[in-house]
Design a protein around this ligand. Structure first.
Ligand code: HEC
Length: 188
């Protein structure tokens, strides 16, 4: 009788753990889909804009598309999505403490030889008395990105960037370096 009780108890404990692991997986899956779709759309828009009007003309498109996408993806109740980086171009994208931690971990792992593609970091956090699920996904620097974030930016483009982003730190990147991360908050 006693043993049975223990058995039942351990079964329910295992079930409980499985359910909570399952719930976490759901949130991770949701974040993965959001980050992937956001990246695909943004890259697509960027390519079209560059092809039709050149890199300089693509700058406002890039900014507006990013904020338009962020707003659209954030529409479902309780979701916030954006981009962040230690070397930001737009000061609005400056990382907070939690994001800084995650970005530092990504950079460390990269320097140890891991590939950035698909690298992620998540945690359930409590900030100012509110619980939420936070997720970061690394954004590697691809060749398309070098045009506006690389070492050899055209003089004309540099001028426009400096005018729009006087504090710009998002230049001088090399292929494969950590450009930043998608950052997602699911409120609970
Ligand atoms: C046409 C020029 C251009 C290209 C090409 C470009 N970006 Fe950007 N990027 C910008 C501009 C402008 C901003 C600032 C957007 C804003 O004001 O929110 C930015 C911002 C970002 C940010 C947000 C953090 C920050 O620095 O403010 C990330 C992350 C980013 N870019 C990654 C990339 C990646 C990855 C690629 C390649 C797939 C890429 N960019 C290609 C112009 C460009």
């Amino acid at each position: 009788m006693h043993n049975k009780k223990i058995l039942l108890l351990s079964i329910s404990l295992v079930l409980l753990l499985t359910i909570s692991a399952g719930a976490e997986d759901q949130r991770v899956l949701q974040c993965r889909v959001l980050a992937r779709d956001f990246m695909t759309e943004l890259k697509g828009e960027l390519k079209v804009a560059i092809r039709s009007g050149g890199t300089v003309k693509a700058i406002p498109v890039c900014r507006e598309t990013a904020s338009e996408l962020a707003a659209r993806y954030s529409l479902p109740f309780g979701v916030q999505i954006g981009r962040t980086s230690e070397r930001w171009r737009n000061p609005d994208n400056r990382p907070d403490r939690w994001e800084q931690e995650g970005l530092a971990i990504f950079e460390k792992r990269r320097l140890q030889g891991e590939t950035l593609a698909g690298m992620e970091y998540w945690q359930e956090v409590e900030e100012k008395g509110e619980r939420s699920f936070r997720y970061l996904r690394a954004i590697p620097t691809g060749s398309l990105c070098l045009r506006c974030h690389g070492e050899n930016i055209s003089r004309k483009l540099k001028k426009v960037l400096q005018k729009n982003y006087p504090e710009d730190q998002a230049v001088g990147f090399r292929l494969g370096e950590l450009r930043g991360a998608f950052t997602i908050i699911l409120s609970q």
